[in-house]
Design a protein around this ligand. Sequence first.
Ligand code: ATP
Length: 330
Amino acid sequence: MHKITLINGDGIGPEISNAVVDIIKASGLDIDWDIQTAGADVIETEGTPLPQRVLDSIKRNKVALKAPVTTPIGKGFRSVNVQLRKDLDLYANLRPCKNLPNVKTRFDNVDIIVVRENTEDLYAGVERQVDADKAESIKIITRKASNRICRFAFDYAVKNGRKEVCCVTKANIMKLSDGLFLDTYRNVAKDYPQIKQREILVDNLCMQLVQNPSQFDVLVLPNLYGDIVSDLCAGLIGGLGVAQGANIGLDYAVFEPVHGSAPDIKGQNKANPTALLLSAIEMLKYIGEDFYAEKIEKALYKTLESGICTPDLGGNATTTEFSKSIINIL
Ligand code: ATP
C-alpha cells in the first residue's frame, strides 16, 4: 500500500481534501494517508506554519498531496510553499493545462504542459538597493539548474507520449543568461531525437498562446517566464478552480492546486475540488498508478459532461454533491 503525506491545509483546504480522499478511496485504490496539519491554524500551538514534522513526513513518504495553506502576511513567517520548495529541492514546477468538458473557455483543444524552473532566475532573491532611487535584481541562470529542468521536460514528454518540447526564453536580449538556458536546452535535446524541438521568444509565445494555443505541447521555461506563462495557461482552461500543479525534485514530489485557501468561501461547501483532484490524478501517475488515475479522470469528465459543477464554473452543485457524483460513477 502507498503511504502518502496529506497536508489538508486551511481555508477550503480540509473540504476539498476530504472530497479527494473519498474519491480516491471509491476508485478502489488503498492509500495510507499520513495526515499533517500546517498553515495558519498550527501557528498558535507550534510557533510556525510549517512544523518540522511536516517536512519529516514528506521525507519519509517521498510524495505529498497538498491542499492550500495560508502563510500569514507581515508576521515574519517565510511562505510555506517557498520553504517546502527550498527544503526539499523541488526544482521543477509542473503545470498541466488541459480543457475540461463543459468548462467554457475561449479555445478548445488546449493541452499544454508547462515546466517551470523553480530555484533560480530573478527569484534567487539577489537584490540590492543601490541608493534611494535605484534598486537592482540579479538574474541567475546556471547550467546545472537549466540542465536538470530541460531533462525533466524531455523525460516527461517521453513518459507521457508528448511530441514536442519548446524552449521559451528572451535569449535575443539576455544573451548570456537566457542564452545559457537555451544552449543547455539544445544540448539536452540531442539525447531525445524522438521529441521535436522548438524555440520561441517569450513575447511571441504570449501572443501565440492567446491566438492559437493548441499548437503548443510541452513548454520549458526559466522561473520568471514560467510563473507568468503558467498563469496565462491556467486562464486558457478555466482558471483557478481547475488549475492543477506539482513541485517535483529528484527525491520528493508535492502535488498541489494552483489556487489559494479561498477564505471568502471557507466552510460553505461550495469550493471546487477539481484542481486538487487533478493534482491527485497526476500524483497517481507519478507513483505508477496509471490505471486508477485514468479511472478517476474518466469519472470526473463524466460528471462535468453531465452538467454537474460548482458555482465557480457556473453550476449550483455543492462540493459534496459534485464529489458524490464522481464517487457514484466510480
Ligand atoms: P492566496 O494568496 O492564498 O493565493 P488569494 O485570495 O489570492 O489567496 P485564492 O485563495 O486562490 O487566491 O482565491 C482567489 C479567488 O478564487 C477567490 O474569490 C476564491 O473564492 C476563488 N477560488 C479559489 N480557489 C477556488 C476553488 N477551488 N473553488 C472555488 N473558488 C475558488
